[in-house]
Design a protein around this ligand. Sequence first.
Ligand SMILES: NC(=O)c1ccc[n+]([C@@H]2O[C@H](COP(=O)([O-])OP(=O)(O)OC[C@H]3O[C@@H](n4cnc5c(N)ncnc54)[C@H](O)[C@@H]3O)[C@@H](O)[C@H]2O)c1
Ligand SMILES: [Zn+2]
Ligand SMILES: [Zn+2]
Length: 389
Amino acid sequence: MKALTWHGQHDIRCESVPDPTIEDGRDAIIKVTACAICGSDLHIYQGSIPEMESGDVIGHEAMGEVVEVGRDNKALKVGDRVVVPFTISCGECFFCQRGFYSGCERSNPDSAKVSKLWGNSPAGLFGYSHLLGGYRGGQAEYLRVPFADIGPIKVPDGLTDEQALFLSDIFPTGYMAAEFCNIQPGDTIAIWGCGPVGQMAIRSAFLLGAERVLAIDTVPERLALARAAGAFTLDYLEEDVYDRIMDLTRGRGADACIDAVGTEADPQASWDSRWDRIKVATFMGTDRPHVLRQAIHCCRNFGTVSIVGVYGGFLDKIPMGSAINRGLTFRMAQTPVQRYLPELMRRIENGDIDPSFVITHRASLEEGPALYETFREKKDGCIKVVLKP
Ligand SMILES: NC(=O)c1ccc[n+]([C@@H]2O[C@H](COP(=O)([O-])OP(=O)(O)OC[C@H]3O[C@@H](n4cnc5c(N)ncnc54)[C@H](O)[C@@H]3O)[C@@H](O)[C@H]2O)c1
Ligand SMILES: [Zn+2]
Ligand SMILES: [Zn+2]
């Protein structure tokens, strides 16, 4: 089959790899009908994810048609149309039983390795290095889905691939980011990053009752899409984000702040962003947490900082003094996608939201490598790429 494979920094190729096969009775194989490129794939593209190996099949946002099921899998049958969560979860362990699917303690065969870095291991993820299971990803013609009797959700006939695909990751992630904020009537929610995840967070914050959303980015078409959802937008290169948020909130700060940027924050945003860039480039630091610092400062006393932008290691100069003295709550996670699927599928079916609004580019798998560059550079108005193998 054809698949997108990683060969080093900025080197993604579309090439032939062996077809996946059933390896466990609970597995299923799907023929991928649509898959997407995510901001999390950009960390791999940039070479910032350790333990990638040349030839690894990447991608973790995929859906398709079931073409084969393992003998113990009673939940799926050949011909079912399913969306696959990016988190691989057994459904039975201590964490899965509590709904913390992205903390599954059985799905990451590399858990000893990653525990050295993080103290313990989260769930395995599709297409996300040999720290997180080395599973082959979904930017491919076929995908082997482990624990497929727990993860994938069936798509009703009335929904198109494009409407359902983002249940695999960015819709649940944006929704979780907003849910973490425990939104009350009258609340102002500030959201850094108007990429695909930020866009889902903006709409989710309104769905959950936010009165006002302040959306921060600098890319004109991304800010325009945020305004189309009803957000008030701030351009971090044009104005001082902290001053503006204080002006808009009577000097208190936002009730909750969402970081939907993570470690690839724009080095041009401020002096500390530039400094982060130098530290990472010279191996003096692991991450570029400018947005997290700013989100903490812009959050009102006893407010919530919700983090869905991904960080990898040990973050420097986080203003914990501000956070403890002002009573902030921190919430963060790789999304336990399975937990959100039934509710969010219902919201799509009800017409509360059509997540396909975010798609700007549709292409074949062969065009994938070029579109990684287009997405990273935000060229050609690119916000979200969907590939149809
Ligand atoms: N927690 C999860 O489960 C989960 C799931 C999916 C994605 N993510 C993460 O969410 C983040 C966003 O993903 P995406 O697909 O939207 O990526 P993206 O790269 O398209 O979006 C990031 C946006 O942040 C903006 N930005 C950069 N610096 C900024 C700054 N200083 N202030 C405000 N905005 C700034 C960029 O212009 C861009 O529009 C990534 O870190 C990704 O890894 C997390
Ligand atoms: Zn993703
Ligand atoms: Zn589990």
